[in-house]
Design a protein around this ligand. Sequence first.
Ligand code: PGA
Ligand code: ZN
Length: 426
Amino acid sequence: MSNSAIKQVYGRRVWDSRGRPTVEVEITLENGGFGRAIAPAGASTGSGEALDLRDGGPRFAGYGVDGAVGNVNTLISDAITGMEASDQAGVDRALIVTDGTENRQKLGGNAMIATSMAVAHAAANGSGQPLWQYLGGSSENPLPVPEVQIFGGGAHAEGQMDLQDFMVVPFGASSFSEAMEWVAEIYLAAGKTMDSLGKRCGVADEGGYWPAFSSNEEAIETLARVIELAGFDTDSQVAISLDIAATQIYKDGGYFLKKEGRTLSTEQWYELMRDWVSRYPVIMIEDPFVEDDLDSHARFTAEFGDKMQVVGDDLLVTNLHHIAAAREKNACNTLLCKPNQAGTLSEAKQAFEAATEAGWNTVVSARSGETEDITIVHLALGWGIKQLKVGSFTRSERMAKWNEALRLEDAFGADASYAGGRPFGK
Ligand code: PGA
Ligand code: ZN
């Protein structure tokens, strides 16, 4: 037996960026290796994703995780203590088997992903390597292109805007640190513009401005203007990405636009998005239709897929079966990879590999409920994922990820490169 055997598994309750309870796991190895990770949580969740185990009842509005933490300290500890942390696939399989359900409702997706990530951190630490390197990365892997939220809406801002994320993509920067500089200028310019319009109303869950626009189009138009005001060219430097999160606004067979007080048929909704993408510099669009409407996704991808990234989040839920179904229909060309949708790191990696095999790009993504955990940045560099989405450019649960990527860029020194260009990796 090599010395990466798991000696101790310990779970505790900590709190996320929405002030809700979440699961933290610490793993100690026989060789002294130590790892810690915290589960994130979504608000606009896809129906096929791994379920977080919540206590329910009146405390913390039902969001308690005593049951999930208890599972870490009993069932999970019993299942993986003594296993080699270096055998990530074996540990993850033990978690999956111990859970035994399709949607991870017994152990809880939150208990599972925190454990799976903490095991990877412990194995890396025990081997004396940073996580990205332990995961197989090299300093020749490029730093990912960030997708950064400027305005937040949808389920992250109590439906203030129908669309969920109005983001910028600094694809034309020459380095990751330059990309961050550009985003900082744009975020500041957006704040000034919101002030002058009298439309600044605090920040949404992921740190983007919570705007009081009267329509989605006004937000898109303002974002395009802000990019230019900050001094950037939308053709060659910084463009727009929209996470429509369409499942959230799909009601009774149509797309309900709250501010505009109207419901659009699928055909009318398609036309509206066609109009937006033809008039504004949109290079990525996520979940444009309700999650089970593969045909509309396929039609949209056939029309726009050679010009822009069509990203599947709720459509794919980081799940091999969903990816296979979407691939068969050509329903998108980019995977949004959220490890906690899958439940374990091994499954998230398989999803990334399946997307790569399909010829798609992948964006590794945080959730709207986050913490100081920076694991996903190491997944990007370790696995070679070329895009990273972690919310906005404020609030430390977001900045922790951007800052970790800056540290890695610095550590790579002369080897450091940036996955810029358009379309990415295609
Ligand atoms: P969520 O939002 O974490 O609330 O699901 C993020 C996204 O939809 O990309
Ligand atoms: Zn999304």
